[in-house]
Design a protein around this ligand. Structure first.
Ligand code: ATP
Ligand code: MG
Length: 551
């Protein structure tokens, strides 16, 4: 899109900061916690952070927020990197919050020395009790006034492994009466005797999110630290720590997280679907993960276009998934090769076409792309068409095949139905038709104008393939608003498998390649394919069938 678009509120901030000379160039970061696969919501954050740096000539770091040793795995780190590359972005540096553990430890020492942090022996229940409520102020811990020396000694002993999990914590000394509950002496370090995916057993104390995130931003000199709205209450502490530690003044800005209809954006819940085998894995094509969407046939172009169109919101909202599907169709229409596949066949015999003869008919791979060339379709006496494309007693304005009625076979000939053959039970077994040799597509001299065009495949060379037809995985429009068990809102019919008949050229498809099965939808070759059985995922229907069913 080249039309002028108004700036989103973060772009406005960046432009002001650049024109006022506050920064010579910007630094952003994408900070995933490696505790699951990325979902569509993360794509929004990636497009925003990397997009800003690209637009304003800055850089974006990829920083793994790996301060919680228990939930993080190397598998997730690799998949996250893969997803970002797939979306089309390059990070300037690959960092890990765990790389900063030494420095963060020193930051904490600095706070203690300034009299701004203390070791607290209270249990988590006691700490919670003294916190107060949003309307009443908290009470000071009996350990709050330990001397600097004692705090330094205890903190060092915490690090040395002298205490058990939960026995002591390090807290920032802020204000127990602060209106923002997160400022009431927040915990900044806790004891956790756990193996870390990168630092191994070096540490048994780990910084809390609030003590790691802003400090990591400052270490990397991140100018604009962009996060989602739930971090608004954390901003006071973010700024307080930067001020007291006298480090680089990174600034936090918040935008609304992406919520989409009939979709769930929570790694924790998606992990549940995987663990409980409700889906086949993180990359199940029904999953709202990027690996799932990619396997289903979504393209990075579609995601980038979508993220661009939805803009950056300051308030929570719910985006209609049909907008993402619209972006996807727009892109697939440009790149997908057209193929003919018959889903529910009925046999057509062309009685005036010689037995044993096969004619090769050229057909455009993609009329939207002049460089896509043609492939040749074998045409002979016996063909398959869709059962639905024939009606024995046609309704008015039914322009497809019917007794005595003509229809065009795409890229081939006009045929006319002469006779309907049935078995003893009255089921249609064959349609006997004649073809008009002079009506060949591209050199039609018949002078006939038939209104209907249908797809077909040659029976002899038809390639049986498996089509996996997906429907939405969740039945509730706003999954983020579900209280109780979200699994009660899983669509039991989200996957249908069908054996269908494809034109032979599909035998050459490569994994992930996108096709438009004429009139049937966009599909791509799935990795489950073998030489005996090709498997295609329906990426999206050609039209928005859901929108139609509501109107
Ligand atoms: P989840 O709740 O799914 O685990 P998260 O926010 O805990 O998500 P992180 O790995 O911490 O996941 O997120 C990395 C970045 O992506 C953060 O900056 C976060 O704000 C952003 N992000 C996560 N979900 C969304 C979303 N739905 N829309 C926009 N940004 C998101
Ligand atoms: Mg998180």
């Amino acid at each position: 899109m080249t039309e002028e678009k108004s700036l989103n509120f973060i772009e406005e901030i960046v432009e002001n900061d650049l024109s006022s000379g506050k920064y010579a160039s910007i630094v952003t970061r994408f900070p995933p916690e490696p505790n699951g696969y990325l979902h569509i919501g993360h794509a929004k954050s990636i497009c925003l952070n990397f997009g800003l740096a690209l637009k304003y000539g800055g850089k974006t770091n990829l920083r793994f927020d790996d301060t919680n040793p228990v939930t993080e795995e190397t598998e997730y780190v690799e998949s996250i990197k893969d997803d970002i590359r797939w979306l089309g972005f390059k990070w300037a540096n690959e960092f890990y919050a765990s790389d900063y553990f030494d420095q963060l430890y020193e930051f904490a020492v600095k706070l203690i020395k300034k009299g701004l942090a203390y070791v607290d022996d209270s249990t988590s229940e006691e700490i919670a009790e003294l916190k107060g409520t949003p309307t009443t102020s908290g009470k000071e811990s009996p350990y709050r006034n330990r001397s600097v020396e004692e705090n330094l000694k205890l903190y060092e002993e915490m690090k040395a492994g002298k205490f058990k999990d939960g026995e002591k914590v390090l807290r920032a000394k802020v204000d127990m009466a602060h209106v923002n509950m997160l400022m009431r002496d927040p915990i900044i370090y806790r004891i956790k005797h756990a193996h870390h995916h990168r630092t191994g057993d070096t540490w048994c104390i780990y910084p809390m999110y609030d003590f790691a995130h802003g400090q990591s931003d400052a270490i990397e000199k991140v100018s604009h630290s962009i996060c989602t709205l739930e971090f608004v209450p954390h901003r006071d502490l973010y700024n307080w720590l930067i001020e007291k530690l006298e480090i680089y003044p990174s600034k936090q800005y918040e935008f609304a997280r992406l919520n989409m209809t009939y979709t769930m954006m929570s790694k924790r819940k998606l992990l549940q679907l995987v663990n409980e085998k409700i889906v086949s894995g993180w990359d199940d094509p029904r999953m709202p993960t990027l690996v799932g969407a990619r396997r289903r046939g979504y393209t990075p172009e579609a995601f980038r276009d979508f993220c661009d169109r939805i803009g950056v919101a300051k308030r929570d909202n719910l985006i209609d998934i049909s907008l993402l599907e619209f972006c996807l169709r727009e892109h697939l229409n440009k790149i997908a090769l057209r193929r003919m596949v018959v889903f529910d066949p009925v046999k057509v015999v062309i009685t005036n076409f010689p037995e044993g003869r096969t004619e090769m008919l050229p057909s455009e791979n993609n009329p939207e792309d002049t460089n896509s060339g043609i492939r040749e379709l074998p045409f002979s006496r016996v063909l398959f068409i869709e059962k639905d494309d024939f009606m024995e007693n046609p309704a008015k304005k039914y322009f497809r095949l019917a007794p005595g009625q003509m229809v065009r076979l795409k890229s081939a000939y006009i045929i006319k139905c002469k006779n309907v053959v049935k078995d003893s039970a009255g089921n249609i077994t064959e349609l006997h038709c004649t073809y008009l040799p002079e009506s060949k597509s591209g050199s039609d001299t018949s002078g006939l104008h038939v209104k209907g065009t249908i797809h077909w495949v040659n029976a002899l060379t038809a390639l049986p393939i498996e089509a996996r037809l997906y429907d939405r995985l969740f039945t509730a429009e706003d999954m983020s608003a579900i209280e109780g068990d979200f699994k009660e809102h899983i669509n039991p019919d989200s996957l249908k498998i069908q054996q269908v008949y494809a034109e032979p050229s599909l035998a050459n498809a490569s994994t992930g390649q996108s096709f438009q099965f004429l009139r049937m939808g966009y599909f791509c070759l799935d990795k489950d394919s073998s030489s005996e059985q090709l498997v295609f995922n329906r990426t999206v229907t050609l039209r928005d069938t859901w929108a139609k069913s509501v109107k």
